[in-house]
Design a protein around this ligand. Structure first.
Ligand code: SF4
Length: 107
């Protein structure tokens, strides 16, 4: 990862360890990274605190990866919240590459 990519700011709502409750990975301990900023507005959303792109906390990809590594208690990293993937789209490939390195798996 280049130094420029590692130091650019992004906003994170929360990072926490839990058990995946959905899909084929249900029951798997995971680190959840919820990015801040979503404009979709789903009526059923249970994480409305993640909507405002000005809330959450600023971090860098480098610090985020260190935080995930410190919290890493499971076999999976879940990158959560829809619109944030649009806001941070250009940085997502670098984040995924960093998570793959943490997990020791190939692309
Ligand atoms: S995409 Fe996800 S975070 Fe965004 S409003 Fe819908 S449920 Fe909430």
């Amino acid at each position: 990862m280049s130094a420029a990519k590692a130091t650019r700011a992004l906003r994170v709502s929360e990072v926490f360890v839990s058990v995946q409750g959905e899909g084929a990975s249900a029951g798997t301990p995971s680190v959840f990274v919820r990015l801040q900023g979503c404009s979709v507005g789903c009526a059923w959303c249970d994480t409305k605190y993640s909507w405002d792109p000005g809330h959450g906390r600023a971090t860098t990809l480098e610090r985020l990866l260190a935080e995930v590594a410190a919290a890493f208690g499971g076999a999976r990293v879940e990158l959560a919240d829809g619109r944030a993937l649009t806001w941070y789209g250009p940085r997502i490939p670098a984040a995924l590459a960093g998570f793959r390195d943490l997990l020791g798996v190939g692309p």
